[in-house]
Design a protein around this ligand. Structure first.
Ligand SMILES: *Cc1c(COP(=O)(O)O)cnc(C)c1O
Length: 418
């Protein structure tokens, strides 16, 4: 046994979250792709079966009331809220992240433009800043939101946002953790800068919720969105969530005011009147099967010893150990980490650039990183590949152990050595 294997054993033996892994369905594969699709908690299939067979099959329409279907978006929002540092009543679950980006960004611009009209004295706010490194969907939607609201769209790297803000800025859309590099952006400082310019901050938490503390209330974030199928293990396509800070809720003017967000949804009125509270973020009939699978998956967070702080501590230990193992096992010059070394700037993944210019043997003319990931998966180490040259390894502390980390780096070393 190598020194790193022994170290991994010691770290696993001392890991306070080690037992939580047993709550998940896993096999011999080293699964480092929970930042794309979280693993299945073992109790979820039984709960989903009850939803389908009893709630739907036997109770049928009665389940909207008796099984709590109608209020599930707010109820499950309240279970996600503490994981992102929000008090109850500000998070609602439903629709995809992409759709929630649209709701949040248009609502933010509408508030900013209304501020401008207040008394006629405020500036005309007609510019949206978008994270230039954003997950593409957010960028596409920001472009459409800008056109709809009469704004110009300016892509800006997150670190450059403070210098790009001005009195024309209406809203800023940022990713908390960069999906490609794993870089964690400074949410408190950037939110404060956006507010100092009189604009609204919309954060996409897809790669941070469930992996690290977010502190939405503490840092005064205006609006936030995120998905639940990555670090929250809600299942493929499980619905996303929308956070609207409590004091902004009365001003949240949804661009998708469906009947579920009506003050009196069963009044069937022809005039729209928004509900109060987070419910305003709802649109149409919720996706009950996915929603209740997510609700069941969130039970893992109620386990003894499971907390965002514990998850963050282990996440940093896992990524530190992975970088150390890569250094040890991968021949010099074959890969280069694009994930920041500083803990304050690191999410819960490590991204390694693996390009022909780094001296790797070129394999069959295919993009080298894609080919390397294919071989890793064949050898039982599952991460993913992001064009053009990045290998991504996600570390979900609830079920990834230090032995997984050591094995992944060892197999990677063997794979890129040729
Ligand atoms: C995964 C991810 C999304 C996904 O959006 P969907 O609408 O669920 O497809 C959006 N934004 C970011 C930053 C992501 O990482």
């Amino acid at each position: 046994m190598s020194e790193l294997q022994r170290t991994a054993e010691d770290l696993d033996a001392a890991d306070p979250l080690a037992a939580v892994r047993g709550r998940f369905v896993l096999d011999d594969v080293t699964y480092l792709d929970g930042n794309s699709l979280g693993a299945l908690p073992a109790h979820v299939p039984g709960r989903v079966e009850d939803v389908v067979r009893r709630q739907w099959g036997e109770l049928r329409i009665r389940s909207w009331e008796e099984s709590g279907w109608w209020t599930a978006p707010e109820r499950i929002g309240d279970r996600i809220a503490p994981l992102v540092g929000a008090a109850a009543g500000q998070v609602v679950v439903g629709d995809s992240t992409s759709v929630n980006v649209f709701k949040a960004l248009v609502a933010a611009v509408r508030m900013a433009q209304e501020d401008g009209r207040g008394g006629g004295a405020g500036p005309v706010r007609d510019e949206i800043l978008v994270d230039a490194t954003t997950f593409p969907s957010d960028g596409y939607i920001a472009e459409s939101a800008a056109r709809m609201t009469g704004c110009a769209l300016r892509p800006v790297a997150p670190a450059e946002v403070p210098g790009a803000l001005g009195e024309r800025t209406a809203a800023v859309l940022l990713n908390h953790v960069d999906y490609r590099t794993g870089r964690l952006h400074d949410l408190p400082a950037l939110t404060a800068a956006v507010h100092a310019a009189g604009a609204y901050a919309v954060w996409d938490l897809c790669h941070s919720a469930g992996a690290l503390p977010v502190g939405l209330d503490e840092h005064g974030v205006d609006l936030a969105v995120g998905c639940t199928y990555k670090y929250l293990n809600g299942g493929p396509g499980s619905p996303a969530y929308l956070y609207v800070r409590r004091d902004l809720q009365p001003r949240f003017d949804s661009p998708l005011p469906g009947w579920n967000s009506h003050a009196e949804p069963f009044g069937m009125r022809s005039e729209y009147a928004p509900a109060s509270g987070a419910v305003r973020g709802r649109v149409g009939t919720p996706d009950i099967l996915s929603l209740l699978a997510l609700e069941a998956a969130l039970d893992v967070w109620d386990e003894e010893g499971v907390s965002v702080a514990a998850v963050r501590a282990k996440s940093l230990a896992l990524t530190d150990f992975f970088l150390r193992c890569v250094e040890e096992y991968v021949p010099d010059g074959r890969v280069e980490s694009v994930t920041p070394a500083a803990h304050a700037e690191r999410g819960s993944q490590v991204a390694l650039r693996c390009s022909p210019t780094l001296g790797s043997a070129r394999v069959g003319g295919a993009p080298i990183a894609g080919e390397v990931m294919k071989r890793l998966i064949e050898r039982g180490v599952v991460g993913d590949y992001r064009a053009p040259d990045v290998l991504r390894f996600g570390f979900t502390p609830l079920y990834v152990g230090f032995a997984d980390v050591e094995r992944a780096a060892r197999v990677l070393g063997r794979t890129v050595a040729g």
